[in-house]
Design a protein around this ligand. Sequence first.
Ligand SMILES: Nc1ncnc2c1ncn2[C@@H]1O[C@H](COP(=O)(O)OP(=O)(O)O)[C@@H](O)[C@H]1O
Ligand SMILES: O=C(O)[C@@H](O)C(=O)COP(=O)(O)O
Length: 423
Amino acid sequence: MTLRIGCTADDFTGGTDVAAAFRRAGLRTALVFGTPDGTTALPADCDAAVVALKSRSTPADEAVADSLAAQRWLWSKGAAQVYFKYCSTFDSTDRGNIGPVTDALLDAAGAAVTLHCPASPPNGRTVYQGHLFVHDQLLSDSPLRHHPLNPMTDSALVRLLSAQTRHQVALIDWHTVRRGVQAVREALVAHQQSGVRHVVADALTDDDLAVLGAAALELPVVAGAAGLAEGLGHAYPAAGPAAGEPLPRGGRAAVLAGSCSARTLEQIAHFHAAGLPSLRLDVLAAASGRDVTGEALAWYERQDPELPVLVHASASPEELAAVQARLGVAEAAARVEELLGTLASHLVERGVRRLLVAGGETSGAVTTALGIRTVLVGEEADPGVPWTHATTGAGDVALMLKSGNFGAPDLFTRALETTGKAT
Ligand SMILES: Nc1ncnc2c1ncn2[C@@H]1O[C@H](COP(=O)(O)OP(=O)(O)O)[C@@H](O)[C@H]1O
Ligand SMILES: O=C(O)[C@@H](O)C(=O)COP(=O)(O)O
């Protein structure tokens, strides 16, 4: 079996998002969590494989090593092109990891130039004059300025990326993109000849991303969010519409949320307003040694088994700042991730078979705790938020990994209701 395209994603929900994009483009797509090794198998007849790493917020040298291992494994499976999927809100800091990882992938491939575009129009992310917008706001005016790990306080992509690489960064503007595939190819060549390695492109619509995908088809490494991945997918000879992956149905349902993103907070409020049972974890109490996991499990056992439950650590920007001031950013995040990962294992052992996880880092922690390595990607409940079919030691689980800012406000209740019905 030979892959048409391989992808390394810098977090687990980014992995599900980009896998859904390849699937929409007609490519049969498998998703592998964590660095693959010689024993990692792919389901037969895959056109695309996505390796979802937890490399967005790790030290840059670790992110580079993991991404290079993923690239080598994807090459070993036949992928000629490797897509580096990062966040549509360009989540990173001056230390990386977008610049260092892209440079390492390019060095390993012996490639001189790459195209970047974080636009993801179905989720309101567009790039104009090199500035990233989230719906009608500049990235730096959006709620992403309060992100717990990488607050985004600048929207200028050339400047953001230049801080993360020693190579030159330049822009292909929207007017060039509108002139079509040939114009973009010529601009790429011109930039490469003048010594530029990272070319950021504007894109406002899926049509723009289709142009960019077609222009980038021959590049060994391409980088961006799910939108450009779909554009590239469409540029490959179509494999036909992907078959829906049948999902496990029934069983108890739970939502675990560690995302503090504005959209997750709305989804939590919607769940609460629907009168469904929810529990907020006390992070400071856990840090002071209280058995918060045991208390949460006792709470879970008292709930009506017919109803979905929500357990979350999510907090408003002010509450988050207070916890981080007490524990430190990394320690607070690690504490929350450990709590939610442990809870996920206990809940699946106790019969949860429909599990929705909110937050990229949180999804990494939960999937790792459940020992899930490979999933098949099924229907999307909302753009970029597909159900997946996962196998755990305790049984098969319908698993949804949701990026913090993705999904409609009613996603939790709607998605769990759908999987609750027998087929
Ligand atoms: N109450 C809290 N106090 C401190 N950190 C928290 C709290 N709740 C969540 N976090 C941390 O915030 C981070 C949210 O990131 P993530 O799960 O990727 O969500 P998103 O997808 O919204 O970015 C996680 O590392 C999580 O552990
Ligand atoms: O590209 C995107 O926006 C998402 O796929 C993604 O990576 C979001 O990150 P999290 O909000 O941290 O899940």
